[in-house]
Design a protein around this ligand. Structure first.
Ligand SMILES: Cc1cc2nc3c(=O)[nH]c(=O)nc-3n(C[C@H](O)[C@H](O)[C@H](O)COP(=O)(O)OP(=O)(O)OC[C@H]3O[C@@H](n4cnc5c(N)ncnc54)[C@H](O)[C@@H]3O)c2cc1C
Length: 434
């Protein structure tokens, strides 16, 4: 392999986007993917007539260049939706985001949330960035923290917000103005708020269509190539199918903790830094229902500790192409980690019981199809070790001429749009290095 050729590890959206941009420029590259099909997390499959994504995957755009690229790739197979999302609180459903839609809550809880919010804003809404709990209390006050933000985030991250920093936020948590919070407390406001107020989704075929569209413009994808070891000294990759490849520039999009395991004899400080990376995992179950559900909701958040799932979404409201006629389908997400282990033998039964408890399934409903996706690397946890450990690892890799890219390769909270952009940017960086 030539000195200037590029090897890309992983054919998820980040690897595919990097490869697609190299292809456009006529630069040589090869992509190595462990699975037999490219796409990574951006994947859909047909099960008993239902099209299931690996988990709910909706497109949001903040960068026009990526929006234009996705539109070009998917052509007219892309539809814009106005978000219809909810929060389950006090045995009822209120609109999302909680902080801007207090109206549906009981009077005592509404009063507590509103007065504490006003108090926090009067105190200047100090946005402490050291600690996510401080940030929440500064931005929303102790009431909203207690009734939604702290229980939801603890459940989702599997780590208490006081153990996390707020450096990942980047607009992911909507911060309404005082006017908007008061407005949402005195009446049922339908005004949308936040980065995901609208989303885009393929008309047909599920989110996997996006990865498939990238693949049409990419050559040299080698599937069934699971990296087993990197020999830094001889600059060789050894794969578990017995193949070996030399590399010039290497771009890794595989999860950073995996990469750490595959490089032998790491310096002690780098090995320690790898050991400090934390993440949550997502156990997602997709369900196909024999009945047609009438609600138009897209997804619902569940902060309650005694309910197994933190979010439930409804595929049939993203596209009618995802279910056989007259049917419905949904995804149910449970978070777990080393700190909060999952009981795999019990979880699906518990989910089904809880779906009935919160009224999503009723006595008429029959589940005719289940599809389990156990996602080991869900979200990197931004605890107090995160920034230093990540920096140390990336600097070490950089010195070995290994660049990282994407959500898991670069170990950051990133959306599909973000990783497509990251793939584009890494292709520019490598061109400069050449
Ligand atoms: C539960 C959940 C819900 C999400 N919902 C949304 C959403 O609604 N909207 C949104 O925009 N984003 C969402 N995301 C984020 C989105 O999935 C990611 O940003 C994006 O798909 C990541 O792409 P990637 O290429 O960085 O990683 P991946 O898609 O994980 O790609 C990495 C690739 O590396 C391969 N690989 C791993 N190990 C090896 C190895 N040893 N050798 C070779 N190959 C290997 C994997 O098989 C995979 O194909 C969600 C993520 C999760 C976990």
């Amino acid at each position: 392999m030539g000195r200037n050729s590029v090897s890309i590890l992983g054919a998820g959206l980040a690897g595919l986007s990097a490869a697609w941009h190299f292809q456009q420029k006529g630069s040589p590259y090869h992509v190595y993917e462990k699975d037999m099909q490219p796409g990574g997390m951006c994947h859909s499959r047909k099960v008993n007539g239902y099209i299931f994504d690996r988990d709910g995957h909706l497109l949001h755009f903040r960068h026009k260049e990526i929006f234009d690229l996705v539109r070009e790739l998917l052509n007219d197979n892309l539809v814009r939706h106005r978000r219809d999302s909810w929060v389950y609180s006090e045995d009822r459903y209120i609109r999302y985001p909680f902080q801007a839609n207090l109206f549906g809550l009981s009077r005592p809880v509404l009063k507590e949330c509103l007065t504490e919010f006003i108090k926090a804003r009067r105190n200047g809404g100090t946005l402490g960035k050291e600690n996510f709990l401080q940030w929440i209390e500064g931005a929303f006050g102790a009431g909203i923290a207690k009734h939604f933000m702290v229980p939801y985030n603890t459940k989702f991250w599997t780590v208490h917000p006081r153990e996390m920093t707020a450096e990942w936020l980047d607009g992911f948590v909507p911060q309404p103005s005082m006017d908007r919070v008061i407005d949402g407390a005195i009446h049922d406001s339908r005004q949308l708020l936040g980065y995901n107020s609208h989303f885009w989704y393929p008309r047909q075929g599920g989110i996997g269509q996006l990865a498939a569209a990238f693949c049409k413009g990419v050559r040299n994808i080698h599937t069934g190539f699971a990296l087993k070891k990197i020999d830094l000294h001889r600059r060789r990759m050894i794969f578990d199918n017995g193949e070996t490849r030399e590399f010039g520039h290497l771009i890794s999009t595989i999860p950073l903790p995996e990469l750490g395991r595959l490089i032998p004899d790491l310096p002690a400080d780098v090995a320690r830094a790898f050991g400090e990376l934390r993440w949550n995992s997502i156990f997602n179950v997709n369900f196909g229902l024999r009945q047609k559900k009438s609600s138009s909701r897209h997804w619902i958040y569940f902060p309650q500790e005694d309910l197994s799932f933190f979010r439930v979404g409804f595929f049939h409201n993203f596209s009618s192409d995802l279910t056989p006629p007259g049917r419905s389908s949904m995804y149910v997400e449970v978070s777990y980690s080393k700190d909060k282990p999952l009981d795999r033998a019990m979880i699906t039964g518990r989910i089904e019981k809880d779906l009935r408890k919160v009224g999503i399934l009723d006595s008429e409903d029959t589940i005719e199809c289940r599809d389990v996706n156990d996602i080991h690397y869900g979200y990197p946890v931004y605890d107090r070790h995160y920034a230093v450990a990540r920096r140390l690892i990336l600097d070490f890799l950089h010195r070995q001429r290994i660049l990282t890219c994407g959500r898991y390769g670069g170990w950051r909270y990133m959306s599909m749009e973000d990783v497509i952009l990251d793939g584009k940017e890494i292709s520019r960086r490598v061109d400069v290095l050449n």
